[in-house]
Structure formats: C-alpha cells, structure tokens
Write a protein that binds this ligand. Structure first.
Ligand code: NAP
Length: 284
C-alpha cells in the first residue's frame, strides 16, 4: 500500500502560491501580501490547534495572517459587531471563522454576514450554492477540496470511478460529493442510517472516511485495491491523534491511503492559502 502524504501535496500548492505571489509583486511592486483573518471565539483546543497550523502555513507560504480573538462569553450582538468590522476591513483579503461558535451566537446569521468574496471556507449561502451548481468561481470548504487535491496531485483518476463517502456534513461529506460529481465520479454518500455500510464501502474504488469515529473503518469496509482517503481527526484510547480508518488492518487491501496525521489535514491549510490567493486576485 502506498501512503499518500499530505506534505507532498502541500508543497506543490506552495509552489503555485509563491509563483502567483511573485507575479503579483511584479505587477504592483510594494503591494502588501494577501491577508487571512482567523476569527476565534474562546479557547477550544481544536480551534487553537487549527489556528496554529493555519498560521504557520500562511507564514511559510509568504502570506499575512492575523487572529481576531474574542472571549467565549461574548454576546451575540457584540460578536456580530466585531465580525462586521473584520468583514468590511479592506486590508482583510479572506476570513476563516473557527466553528462551532458558542451557543449564544447565532451561527446561521454569521454565515449570512460573511462577504462571499472573503468566505474562504465556503460557509455562506452564495458559496454553498455555487459548489452545488458546479460553479468553480465559488469557494468550496477547504477540507472537501483538499480531498480532490490529494487525488489529483497523485494522478489518481476520479472520472467514472465509484466513490463512497462516509459522512454527510455540510463541511465535508455534502460539498465533497458535489466536487466528486463535478469530476464525473459515481458518488454514494453513507451516514448513520445506511443499511449495509460495510458492503457499500467495499464496493468503492475510492473510499472517503469523514465520520469522525476513531479507527471505525477496518478491513471489513475496504475493497481490493481501493484508494482510501481519511478525513477523520480523532483521539484514540491512548490519547493519540488518529483517523477514521484503521490503517494497519487495511494495508493488504488498499492500493493507497492517506495517514492521520500527515494526510488530508496538511492539505486543508494549503487549500486555504490557495483560496486566499484567489480572493486577492478577484479583489485587485
Ligand atoms: P460531523 O458533522 O460530526 O459529521 C459526521 C458524519 O458522519 C455524519 O453525517 C454522520 O452521519 C456520519 N457518521 C458518524 N458516525 C457514523 C457511523 N458510525 N456510520 C456511518 N456514518 C457515520 O463531522 P464533520 O465535521 O463532517 O467531520 C468529520 C471528521 O472529519 C471529524 O473527525 C473531523 O474532525 C474531521 N475533519 C477534518 C478536517 C481536516 O482538515 N482534515 C476538517 C474538518 C473535519 P449522520 O448524518 O447520520 O449523523
């Protein structure tokens, strides 16, 4: 089984971003690099870890990044006022809103507020609609797009393939199914009510795990020569980071698979950088 390493895919995206940055600088010398605003409420460890990873990635790509941090008990009105200011700041090229937001803030309202042209993670209705319409001018959620990037960077054909996605969230499963469809895959989406999950997964030529269940997909779920993409980020019984796939048990079956950590996660932040460049291009 070949391990599909996220770092290699991220390095390819870095090259594209840096070439484009150099062109931008050549066309308009002295212009500041595009800036990502990371908006965080509270101190959730998941958010902090994502923020650290995204900040490191932006800086290593030569992009600017600034975190806007608010207390966990901020009121709905105060947060919306602060968010509106970030959203309308001309120096902010794109926004990453760390979610879920605390309960007192109406997340739906914030999704409606974000400017479509700064909505790098595709959370607002305009971008969701574009992804579902197959319109490439929209921003797809970075994780969903990262799965496509991993396949393309490794020259794994998608067109005509049986793709099964375990998970139907708005962050991963649903938008990814649309991106796969756009690539002409034959897509099956599984969830907790899927009757024969093992059998359905075994039929897949490309199996994407996005259930958020530690090591749930073992050899019973993987067909011969399948390509397995693991989106899951979980903590196992020993407190170690792990995916949704039990990698050791599928080694003899899968032809290729992404590890966790070191797989899709590393590509997600690279896609964020790519989206930031696109937002900059479209706004200049
Ligand atoms: P989510 O909102 O909890 O959705 C999980 C989906 O998986 C749901 O549709 C659920 O089905 C389905 N599911 C859960 N358990 C299942 C089971 N036993 N059998 C079949 N289907 C099952 O999670 P998410 O936000 O999509 O995230 C999924 C995973 O990806 C998490 O581990 C998350 O940490 C990770 N993630 C990674 C990245 C990255 O950059 N790599 C980014 C975002 C998320 P129902 O709809 O029927 O409940």
């Amino acid at each position: 089984m070949i391990l599909l390493k996220g770092a290699e895919v991220s390095a390819k995206i870095k090259e594209q971003v840096q070439t484009e940055l150099a062109q931008m600088e050549a066309n308009a010398p002295g212009t500041a690099a595009p800036k990502l605003a990371i908006v965080r409420v509270g101190e959730r460890p998941d958010d902090l870890s994502y923020e650290r990873g995204a900040t490191k990635k932006m800086e290593s790509f030569g992009l600017r990044v600034q975190s806007y941090v608010y207390p966990a008990d901020i009121s709905d009105a105060d947060f919306k006022r602060a968010f509106a200011a970030v959203n309308s700041d001309p120096d902010v090229t794109g926004i990453l809103l760390l979610r879920p937001l605390p309960k007192q803030i109406c997340e739906k309202d914030v999704e409606q507020m974000i400017s479509p042209e700064k909505d790098l993670d595709g959370i607002g209705p305009a971008n969701i609609a574009k992804v579902f319409a197959g319109d490439e001018t929209g921003f797809a959620p970075c994780t969903a797009e990262a799965v496509i990037e991993v396949l393309k960077a490794n020259e794994i054909p998608i067109s005509g393939k049986r793709v099964t996605i375990v998970g139907r969230s708005m962050v991963v499963g649903k938008p990814l199914s649309m991106l796969m469809l756009k690539e002409n895959a034959t897509v099956t989406i599984c969830h907790t009510r899927t009757a024969d999950l093992k059998g359905t997964c075994r039929q897949a030529e490309i199996l994407v795990a996005a259930a958020g269940r530690a090591k749930m997909l073992n050899a019973d779920y993987v067909g011969n020569d399948a390509v397995v993409i693991d989106v899951g980020i979980n903590v196992d019984e020993n407190g170690k980071l792990c995916g949704d796939v039990e990698l050791e048990s599928v080694q003899e079956l899968a032809s290729m698979a992404t590890p966790v950590p070191g797989g899709v996660g590393a590509v997600t932040t690279a896609v964020l950088a790519k989206h930031l460049m696109r937002a900059a291009r479209q706004s200049r």
